[in-house]
Design a protein around this ligand. Structure first.
Ligand SMILES: NC(=O)c1ccc[n+]([C@@H]2O[C@H](COP(=O)([O-])OP(=O)(O)OC[C@H]3O[C@@H](n4cnc5c(N)ncnc54)[C@H](OP(=O)(O)O)[C@@H]3O)[C@@H](O)[C@H]2O)c1
Length: 243
């Protein structure tokens, strides 16, 4: 059995997921860098390995039952447990859609990507997480899905745009609360984190988005909580947010 804590990050071949892998690796975690494109997942892992991080690429398409099953099988065989799950894979920030006209195909695709994928992966990995002494689950959500958003995006702050993404992230935060309630007093700490507006695409930093390392730090905070840490909350930079 590996003595180091083992962390799996979904959608980690780029952006926040890649940086979360880097920061967890720097803290001594064995990191399973997962993604749906094996070539890009391997390339990203090779990049972090050069920094001395203990990293293993893992093929994992969060939308695909067979892929999730295969990933669980591999972790079971190789490590026998999981300590941290970061449900980071997501997207479809749909600024070009309106709530009144967005297609149901797009809504369905977005719910699959941002909600059901995390739900599927969590269900599949719970047996391995329950074998950990200090299990943590982090759902990477967004203030865009919050009823109250003191700063930045929020359900009532963007007019009708970003409908599918916002609703999917509200649902992901709700899923977090439901899971945390089910696993209350079990030792599994489950939280949702908004990384804030983060520069994961070209030109974003010049428009005011924060550096990727800063957005990732709040996710890593929730992934590395002490045993008496919170569960069922929604946080940014370690601060509880209303939602
Ligand atoms: N950046 C922000 O300002 C911001 C703010 C709030 C919340 N967030 C959330 O933070 C998370 C990461 O965002 P980001 O900005 O780093 O986005 P990103 O650069 O677009 O990366 C998204 C990642 O998710 C992966 N992904 C999507 N569907 C997947 C699936 N079915 N299976 C496996 N991987 C999948 C993508 O894989 P491919 O490379 O294969 O497409 C990619 O690796 C997302 O959940 C996002 O909603 C971001």
């Amino acid at each position: 059995m590996n003595e180091q804590a083992i962390a799996l990050v979904t959608g980690a071949n780029r952006g926040l997921g890649l940086e979360v892998c880097r920061q967890l690796g720097a803290r001594g975690y064995t990191v399973l860098l997962s993604g749906r494109d094996p070539a890009r997942t391997q390339a990203a892992s090779a990049e972090l390995a050069k920094e001395g991080i203990v990293i293993h690429p893992l093929a994992l398409d969060t939308s695909n039952d067979d892929s999730v099953r295969a990933a669980v099988e591999r972790i079971t065989q190789q490590w026998g447990r999981l300590d941290v799950l970061v449900n980071n894979a997501g997207g479809n920030f749909d600024t070009d859609h309106l709530t009144s006209t967005v297609s149901m195909d797009y809504v369905r695709e977005t719910l699959e990507m941002n909600l059901i994928g995390a739900w599927r992966v969590t269900q599949a990995l719970l047996p391995l997480l329950r074998k950990s002494q200090h299990p943590r689950i982090v759902n990477v959500s967004s203030g865009a899905g919050a009823f109250e958003s003191p700063i930045g995006f929020g359900l009532q702050k963007m007019g009708g745009v970003v409908p599918a993404y916002s609703v999917s992230k509200t649902a992901l935060t709700a899923l977090t609360v439901k899971l945390a309630t089910e696993f209350k007093d079990s030792g599994i700490l489950i939280n949702a984190v908004c990384p804030g507006w983060t520069a994961t695409y070209p030109g974003a930093e010049a428009q005011g988005a924060r550096p990727v390392a800063d957005g990732a730090a709040g996710i890593v905070w929730a992934a590395t909580l002490p045993d008496d840490g919170p569960s069922g909350g929604f946080f940014r930079d370690g601060q509880r947010l209303p939602w």
